[in-house]
Every structure is written in C-alpha cells, then in structure tokens.
Design a protein around this ligand. Structure first.
Ligand code: IMP
Ligand code: MG
Length: 174
C-alpha cells in the first residue's frame, strides 16, 4: 500500500497521519485508567512523538533520551551510546518507548535493558517503522506504524546524514 515498486518505499503524509491516529486509539484502549509515560528516542522520533502524543486521548507524561549508533553512516556500528539520559525517574511507571525505526534491533535492545533496570511497572515499544529482514536481535514492538523492506529511508524525522528530517513524508528515493 505504501510501496511503489521494488526497493522503493514511499509513505505519504496522509498515510502516516491515518496510521498514527489508529495507533493513538489502540494505545488509549490499552492504557485506559492509567497514565502512560512516553519516552522519545531522539533525534529521529521527535516528529512521530509529537504527532503520537496528540493522538492519545489520555493523561500522560513524557520525556526524552538520545542515543547514537550511526554517526553519519547508513549502517549501524553495533555500538550504542547514551548521549542524553532521561530527566524523570520511571520506577513504577507505565513506560512506552517511542522509536522512529527498528533496523537491526541493537538500539532498541540496548534501551530495553537500560530502562528495564530502572523497574518501570511496564515497558512497551511504539515504533513508526520496522525492517524485519534486517533484524539481528529479536525485540518486541507492541505498536508498529509500518513494516518496510530493506531500503534506507528518510524524512518525517529520519535523517539522511542529518538532513531531510523536515520532509513531511517518508521516502527511500534519492
Ligand atoms: P538499529 O539499532 O539497527 O535497530 O537501528 C536503529 C536506529 O538506526 C534508528 O533509531 C535510526 O536512527 C537508525 N536507522 C536505521 N535505519 C534507518 C533508515 O533507513 N533511515 C534512517 N535512520 C535509520
Ligand atoms: Mg533513531
């Protein structure tokens, strides 16, 4: 539906908006009566986070952390570094990690271990994109926007050597 030919990914502004509304409703249903704490993984997830929180009709709190595993390369170095930690404690909270894309799974695996050690009441993951064919470590994704094929994508928060985060759509076209 969001693919346009082999090796190409194209997800429109409208498709992203519709999918995020559906995810917001699903999250509202699952966390009804609770106050989830959303953790945005900077930088890539900042636009997804901004749209997702407005699609969740529940009281919630949020925070940000930043990791780096890529530099300007398109493939992971396999090493994850915590660049910026959370400001708020998460012990006893219903924590939902908000990621832009799960590729090898190395970053998310690192984050799940890091946050689990702080003893949240629950720990789940919302990811806008997933490339299952690239997975090296099995990681859970409870709320997924789109499954895509193995192509480097950018736009809607995701960068191509730090540029193009401001594109309102997601593309793999050069
Ligand atoms: P992983 O650790 O290999 O799962 O990679 C996760 C991180 O790599 C994501 O949070 C992104 O920042 C980055 N990444 C992976 N694939 C892409 C892509 O196609 N475009 C832009 N960033 C990507
Ligand atoms: Mg990222």
């Amino acid at each position: 539906m969001f693919r346009s030919g082999a090796g190409r990914v194209q997800i429109s502004q409208e498709q992203i908006a519709a999918r995020i509304q559906a995810l917001g409703q699903e999250i509202k249903r699952d966390y009804e009566g609770q106050e989830p704490h959303l953790v945005c993984v900077l930088n890539g997830a900042f636009i997804f986070m901004a749209d997702l929180v407005r699609a969740i009709d529940l009281p919630l709190t949020l925070d940000f952390l930043a990791v780096s595993s890529y530099g300007n390369a398109e493939k992971t170095s396999g090493e994850v570094e915590l660049i910026k930690d959370l400001r708020l404690p998460i012990a006893g909270r219903q924590v939902l990690i908000v990621e832009d894309i799960v590729d090898t799974g190395i970053t998310l695996n690192y984050l799940l271990r890091l946050l689990e050690a702080r003893q949240p009441a629950s720990l789940r993951v919302a990811a806008l994109l997933s490339k299952p064919s690239r997975r090296q470590i099995e990681v859970p994704i409870h709320y997924l926007g789109f499954e895509i094929e193995d192509a480097f994508v950018y736009g809607y928060g995701l960068d191509r050597a730090q540029r193009d985060r401001n594109l309102p759509f997601i593309t793999s076209q050069a």
